[in-house]
Design a binder for this molecule. Structure first.
Ligand code: SF4
Length: 110
């Protein structure tokens, strides 16, 4: 995919190509959890990304600004999970156990 994306970008410089998961290298790592964007599910849950459906805060009860500072998002950013080395694909899916452990830890702390 990396090769195809490079070819497309070279062939159509006037266009912007975005592909994820898989192309996070070109954006300096995973941009989920408020590093670049986040996702709000149909129930209002603020999730790191549509591909990482975990949430510990709901925008029906809080502001977007507060949602961006959720325990989950802060932990994902501070524990370098988003920018760590990985083997391709989705970094948060690959480290699903760590993400679930953060959710569990926060349940017991809060
Ligand atoms: S959570 Fe996965 S799919 Fe979403 S931006 Fe990060 S690496 Fe890509």
């Amino acid at each position: 995919m990396e090769h195809n994306m490079a070819e497309l970008r070279a062939s159509y410089p006037e266009m912007i190509f975005i592909a994820f998961p898989g192309d996070e290298k070109s954006t300096g790592g995973c941009l989920a959890a408020g590093r670049g964007f986040f996702h709000i599910n149909s129930h209002g849950g603020a999730e790191p990304c549509p591909f990482s459906p975990y949430s510990d805060i709901n925008v029906r009860k809080t502001s977007l600004r507060e949602a961006l500072k959720s325990e989950l998002f802060r932990a994902l950013q501070s524990e370098s999970i988003l920018t760590g080395e990985h083997i391709g694909g989705c970094v948060l899916f690959e480290q699903k156990d760590k993400v679930e452990a953060i959710i569990e830890r926060n349940k017991h702390n809060g």
